[in-house]
Unconditional design. Structure first.
Ligand SMILES: Cc1cc2nc3c(=O)[nH]c(=O)nc-3n(C[C@H](O)[C@H](O)[C@H](O)COP(=O)(O)OP(=O)(O)OC[C@H]3O[C@@H](n4cnc5c(N)ncnc54)[C@H](O)[C@@H]3O)c2cc1C
Length: 457
């Protein structure tokens, strides 16, 4: 391996899950040069999934979710300072404090932030929250602990649903307003969204679908007091959580000439960023929620994922490729996986459920609230979602990786297929939803069937 790739200056922008895992992998792969990690949050890398679960339930405080470090990264951690620009010719990252950092190779791992309420004045009312950072989670958890009369959650995607679930578990009244027809419909399609709606209502959530929130109201002292809905109704509440999905942190790349836009920074399967003309760069890499990358199993569509597992897997591939010459580089081919816990249910997903035209309930039933739903697109398996049945997920992952025919063959004895009747997957147009999708397909439709062979080593 050429010595120069193991040496030199690497800068990582984004000091969270992808940034940390990349820094660790660079050292594991033998990188001996200088490593700088820039993060605009003041905290060392921490985990976000507990923020909408254990932290809101009061079972952990927001400052206890630090990510474990797998090894010493021997890095210069520049925390609390944002990157404000990238000069790809001079190969420098500009920082908000006026400094600029030279690099030989750069990793962009700036993730996403919560989509804010569109009216800034209303968004600034005391009692209105978004949930992405540990500081935001800490503030919200404090309000929930104080026992508000009612919480209004705007958006019934994964984050909004988990917040509603935590509120109910704490005995707090909650109203959920969602523009789409049901919770989670943008991520999981029609069948499971019906179960999600039942779970909300059975747990006492005042679920309002097919409505939008038009105005957030405050008292004369700037405190949130409630909201007006598009159906003419009004919700009185003390706390409002805006859960409208995520915005990619790409503004700092506006003058960089990279293919950076609202759906993220486009890169190839080796995590190398594209420039605005679609030419792949060889010194700028991308990983995690901010990336947008092609996947052969999903018709080479560019995927934008907001998945913990993807951030880890892609960061490891990016780091490997940053210190490896061409022939030794690896593709990022991990099959997307995701989990959520809400209303006592454990929901796990593998593949891309929105990349589907039909589904089949392969195991269990909606009535039992324990089931596996398999998703197919043009006659092959593309995803599966289990509810309290996670043990089967590896089996379905294998079906996805091998482009198995859909509906899947009637299972072996331990995997009895509950039904072989396929029904439309009923994935709505994301523009009709309050919650942004955690998976976005942003490319052309597929016309080929492919099997992925995972390279070893
Ligand atoms: C409340 C919540 C619950 C979640 N639950 C789950 C779950 O159950 N399952 C699951 O699979 N996933 C879940 N996720 C998603 C998961 O946490 C993300 O996929 C993961 O955090 C992505 O990591 P990342 O490093 O790519 O991006 P991020 O974690 O978003 O980190 C990016 C970092 O870069 C920083 N940054 C941004 N711009 C700049 C700049 N210009 N200069 C310097 N720094 C910058 C950001 O402030 C941030 O610290 C959840 C997310 C949230 C918010």
């Amino acid at each position: 391996m050429p010595g120069d790739l193991q040496d030199g200056r690497i800068v990582i922008v984004g000091a969270s899950l992808a940034g940390l895992r990349a820094a660790e992998t660079l050292r594991e792969e033998g990188f001996t040069g200088s490593l700088t990690v820039v993060g605009d949050e003041p905290h060392p890398p921490y985990d976000r999934p507990p923020l909408s679960k254990q932290v809101l339930l009061g079972k952990a405080s927001a400052d206890t979710t630090a990510l474990p470090m797998r090894r010493d990264t021997d890095a210069d951690w520049r925390l609390g300072v944002a990157a404000t620009g990238l000069d790809p010719l001079e190969k420098r990252v500009m920082l908000a404090d006026g400094e600029s950092l030279p690099f030989d190779r750069l990793l962009i791992a700036t993730g996403t932030r919560a989509r804010p309420w569109p009216n800034p004045e209303e968004a600034s009312l005391d009692g209105v929250f978004t949930l992405r950072t540990s500081d935001e989670a800490g503030g919200l958890a404090e309000r929930l602990a104080a026992g508000p009369g009612r919480v209004l959650v705007i958006g019934a995607g994964f984050t909004g649903s988990e917040i509603a679930s935590a509120c109910r578990e704490r005995g707090i009244e909650v109203t959920v307003a969602e523009r789409g027809p049901a919770p989670l419909v943008g991520a999981l399609g029609g069948t499971l969204s019906k179960l999600a709606a039942v779970m909300h209502r059975n747990h006492g959530v005042d679920l309002r679908c097919g409505v939008t929130v038009t105005t957030l109201r405050g008292d004369g002292n700037g405190r949130f007091t409630g909201a007006d809905l598009s159906d003419g109704s009004r919700v009185d509440a003390d706390v409002c959580v805006v859960a409208l999905g995520a915005v990619r942190n790409v503004e700092w790349l506006a003058e960089s000439g990279l293919a950076a836009g609202p759906r993220g920074v486009a890169c190839d399967a080796g995590c190398r960023a594209f420039n605005m003309y679609g030419i792949v760069t060889d010194d700028v890499f991308v990983a995690g929620d901010v990336s947008r990358f092609p996947h052969p199993l999903f018709g080479y569509q560019m995927l934008s994922l907001e998945h913990w597992g993807n951030a880890v897997a892609q960061a490891e591939v990016a780091a490997h490729n940053m210190v490896s010459p061409g022939p030794l580089r690896r593709p990022h081919l991990a099959v997307p996986t995701f989990w959520s816990t809400q209303f006592g249910l454990n929901i796990k997903s593998v593949g891309v459920p929105t990349y589907s035209d039909h589904v089949v309930i392969a195991q269990g039933s909606l009535e039992a609230r324990r089931l596996a739903v398999v998703y197919g697109f043009q006659g092959r398996v593309t995803a599966a979602v289990t509810v309290d049945m996670a043990k089967s997920l590896d089996y379905y992952k294998h079906l996805i990786e091998t482009a198995a025919p859909f509906p899947p063959p009637l299972g072996s004895a331990d995997r009895a297929i509950a039904a072989d009747i396929t029904i439309p997957s009923d994935v709505p147009d994301p523009s009709g939803l309050s919650h942004g999708p955690t998976v976005a397909l942003t490319g052309h439709l597929p016309d080929r069937r492919l099997t992925v062979v995972q390279p070893t080593g």
